[in-house]
Every structure is written in structure tokens, then in C-alpha cells.
Design a protein around this ligand. Structure first.
Ligand SMILES: Cc1ncc(COP(=O)(O)O)c(C=O)c1O
Length: 443
């Protein structure tokens, strides 16, 4: 068993350097040969410059474009597809994908308790890596299934009753808005909303709006770190400090910041933070992270309790007793942290911002386009939202994909482009040129 464990854990370092061509060759050679996957693989990697992930610059400088081509080659992305939908779902790089294949194979090969016991330790290793990435202690990290579950762990687990109040931003996602509303009807607490300007004049405008909205009955405050609908990035550290000063529990929905921005939760000072591995983190599907600060855990009851529960567990592990899990996905999440650390969270953020800024700058040049996302890095992340003149945004979204192979999203009256590190600056230009043509020619 120990032999097997070692064998499975030993994903070679070369996995980091290999091109998608060699990965696919190996895959087709028997690792887990999915015929459709192999058939769907594009052919033109010849233009990719010969640079690998180890020859990059360091620090926050996004550096050489060739480096980012090498990063892109870590993904099985359709060659002509400019995928700009990170706010919704991201692809995983090969080392993560390979880990999902390998460990799924291992589980299907031998699903005995004896073979699976090793996953306990692997899960702890993943937790430790995740804690390191997020500036937290492993005891503060629960590996859950997605941001929705993490947000609901707080809205279900924090005890509230009639007379209590919760403060939410009107930009909150349904998993952190509708969820509170359902529970307020059940338990009788009241919700107050902070209305956030589309593009605020500065961080102070947001902080002031929150400060004005507190009452002596406020017990919990929660906001979306980076909005999926406007792209606004909130001043998380200051907002959490205003909550802490008042003894109010703070929950930061990090669905659009986890894996995109460099996150240091100790510095942010929130009581809880949520995220999905399958978004900007580029991890396996259906893994999420819930951080609950150590000294705030007594205030949050676990709301799912299943086999494996122990009364003496005094850590965020008490929020992940969720029944049978996908051990392959949890293991691959650790590989996702390796991938981020290999590039560097600073540099991931810098590159993501570089591509998003190129798109925003291009869009502002187009007559008729209204950009809803700030150009100010303090007020924006990787989510770019714009209104395409009088055109139907859903039709623009469809034409972008069908005609120009640019994958974004239709968001109410707007179109959303959310690029990430696997996008090149050429693709940013292509996306802007496509919008220009659509504005000229119609949908
Ligand atoms: C801000 C925000 N919170 C929560 C979620 C829910 O994420 P998931 O579906 O991974 O639970 C999303 C999804 O887009 C989101 O944008």
C-alpha cells in the first residue's frame, strides 16, 4: 500500500514543463484515454514560443509575453478560443487535470477502505497548502464544495433571531443574498442593504456607505469581494475592520477573488471567506474553500453533519463533514495550489490585471460602449462589464462566441468578459476588435 501511495503521489516535476501535445500523447497512450478528449484536441501548437514555466521573471511584473504563452500551453484550451469566462468556470492546467484522472483511476481501481485511507493525509496536505496560499492557519480552512455551500454554511450556521440584523451589499450573489432572505423569513431577523454606486468615486465612498448602515442590532455584515455583475472590487480590509470595531461578524464572498487576487486573510481581517476552486483558482470542479477565523468558529454551528462527525473537533474541519467526497478532486486541489505557487499569486494577479486592463482600455475607445467597471485597480479585479450600445447583450454574447470565438457571458443589460492568465494580449485585442465589428455590423 505504501508503494502504491508513493507511486500515485509522484507526479513528475516534468509535468510542469510538458506541452499539451506531450500530455495528450501520454493520455492517449493509456493514462485515462478519453477518446472524445483526444479527438477534441487542437493541432496548432507550433507557433507557441519555446519557453517553459521555469524561465520566467519573478515578483509582480507580469513579464514576457512568451512566458504567458507557456502558461497557456498548460491548458487544454481549444486553439482558436479566447475563453474569457473565469467568473463562471475556469479550465484546469494539466497537472490538476492529471491529478483528477490519476486519483479517479486509483479510486476506481481499488475502492477499499484500505486503499482510500491515504486520502485522509492527502486532504490534510491540501488543507495546509490552501492555508499557506490564503494566509491562514490550516485549522481555519474547510474544504467544501463551492462558494454557495460556504456562504450558506455561515448564513445557516450563525445563530440569529428576531431583533438581530444582517447587513448586506445589494451586489451580493444569490448564494449570499437570497440565502439570507430565506433564513430571515424562517428565523425572524432583519436584513438591511447597502446600495453601492456602480463606479464609486473611491474606496471611502463604499466604506462610508457601510458605516452609515450599521445599527446597534447588526450582528453580521457580508459583501462580495469582487462583484460578478459590475466588476467592482470592494475595500475588503477596511470593511472588515469596520465590522470588527463593532463586534460584527464579517463574511467576504471571495468567488471572484480567490485565485485571481493575492489573498492574505490574516491581513484582510474577515471572520469568514468563501471561494470556489473551479473559478479563478483553476482547480478541479466542485471543490470550494471556507475560511473561518479561529476565534470566530464558536459562533458558527456546522449545518451539515454526517458520518465521521466528532464532538471534539475544534477547527474548521467541523464544516466539512459532508458525507462521501470526491477524493480525487480534493487531491487535485493541492496540485492547484502548487500551480499558483509555481507562477506566484502576485504574478497571477498582475497578469490577470494586465489582460483585463487591455480589454477595458480597448472598450473605452469604442463609441457606444459603456464600461461599468472601474479602470482603478483598487476598485476592480478581473471582471469586465460593459453595455454594448443599444444592442441586445445576449445576442452580442452569442455572436462573440459563434463568429469570433470569444467566450464571455451575457449579464442582464451587459456583457461580461473575465480573462485570466491563460489569455494572451492578442486575445484581448481580438475581443475588443470583435466588439467593434459587432457594434458596426449589428447582431
Ligand atoms: C460572487 C459569487 N458568489 C458565489 C457564486 C457561486 O459560486 P458557485 O456556483 O461555485 O457556488 C458566484 C458564482 O458565479 C459568484 O459570482
Amino acid at each position: 500500500m505504501i508503494q502504491d501511495e508513493l507511486k500515485i503521489e509522484s507526479i513528475p516535476e516534468s509535468a510542469w514543463q510538458e506541452s499539451r501535445r506531450s500530455f495528450m500523447k501520454r493520455l492517449a497512450g493509456g493514462i485515462a484515454a478519453g477518446g472524445a478528449l483526444v479527438a477534441g484536441y487542437g493541432t496548432s501548437t507550433a507557433a507557441s514560443p519555446p519557453q517553459d514555466l521555469d524561465t520566467a521573471v519573478s515578483g509582480t511584473d507580469p513579464g514576457d509575453e512568451r512566458y504567458w504563452h507557456a502558461v497557456r500551453n498548460q491548458f487544454l484550451l481549444r486553439d482558436n478560443l479566447a475563453l474569457m469566462n473565469a467568473a463562471n468556470l475556469c479550465p484546469s492546467p494539466f497537472p490538476v487535470m492529471e491529478a483528477v484522472f490519476k486519483y479517479t483511476r486509483d479510486l476506481d481501481y481499488d475502492a477499499s477502505f484500505q486503499n482510500r485511507i491515504k486520502y485522509r493525509q492527502i486532504r490534510e496536505d491540501t488543507r495546509e497548502k490552501m492555508a499557506r496560499l490564503l494566509g491562514a492557519h490550516p485549522d481555519e480552512i474547510a474544504l467544501v464544495r463551492n462558494t454557495s455551500e460556504a456562504n450558506n454554511a455561515i448564513s445557516s450556521g450563525y445563530h440569529l433571531q428576531t431583533g438581530d440584523e444582517v447587513l448586506l451589499s445589494d451586489l451580493n450573489h444569490p448564494s449570499n443574498k437570497s440565502a439570507w432572505e430565506v433564513k430571515s423569513r424562517r428565523y425572524g431577523f432583519k436584513i438591511n442593504y447597502v446600495s453601492v454606486p456602480l463606479i464609486p468615486g473611491g474606496e471611502d465612498e463604499i466604506i462610508d456607505a457601510f458605516e452609515r448602515a450599521y445599527t446597534p442590532a447588526t450582528k453580521v455584515m457580508s459583501f462580495t469581494h469582487v462583484s460578478n455583475t459590475t466588476g467592482l472590487s470592494m475595500p475588503a480590509r477596511q470593511l472588515c475592520a469596520t465590522a470588527r470595531e463593532r463586534g460584527v461578524f464579517s463574511l467576504v464572498d471571495g468567488a471572484q477573488s480567490f485565485g485571481a487576487l493575492k489573498i492574505d486573510l490574516a491581513d484582510m481581517g474577515c471572520d469568514a471567506y468563501s471561494g470556489s476552486a473551479h473559478k479563478w483558482f483553476m482547480g478541479p470542479k466542485e471543490v470550494g474553500v471556507l475560511y473561518v477565523r479561529k476565534d470566530s468558529q464558536d459562533a458558527v454551528w456546522p449545518s451539515i453533519v454526517s458520518a465521521g462527525w466528532r464532538d471534539d473537533v475544534d477547527s474548521a474541519r467541523k464544516y466539512e463533514v459532508l458525507g462521501q467526497r470526491d477524493d480525487a478532486a480534493l487531491t487535485a486541489t493541492g496540485r492547484g495550489v502548487d500551480f499558483h505557487e509555481k507562477i506566484g499569486p502576485d504574478r497571477v494577479e498582475a497578469r490577470m490585471r494586465q489582460v483585463a486592463t487591455a480589454i477595458k482600455e480597448g472598450l473605452t475607445e469604442l463609441p457606444g460602449v459603456t464600461l461599468s467597471t472601474s479602470m482603478d485597480p483598487a476598485l476592480s479585479g478581473g471582471v469586465v462589464i460593459f453595455k454594448p450600445g443599444d444592442l441586445d447583450p445576449r445576442k452580442v454574447f452569442a455572436k462573440l462566441y459563434d463568429t469570433y470565438h470569444v467566450a464571455g457571458a451575457g449579464m442582464g443589460p451587459n456583457v461580461r468578459l473575465s480573462p485570466h492568465i491563460y489569455n494572451t494580449l492578442d486575445e484581448a485585442d481580438r475581443a475588443v476588435a470583435a466588439v467593434a465589428e459587432i457594434l458596426r455590423d449589428g447582431v
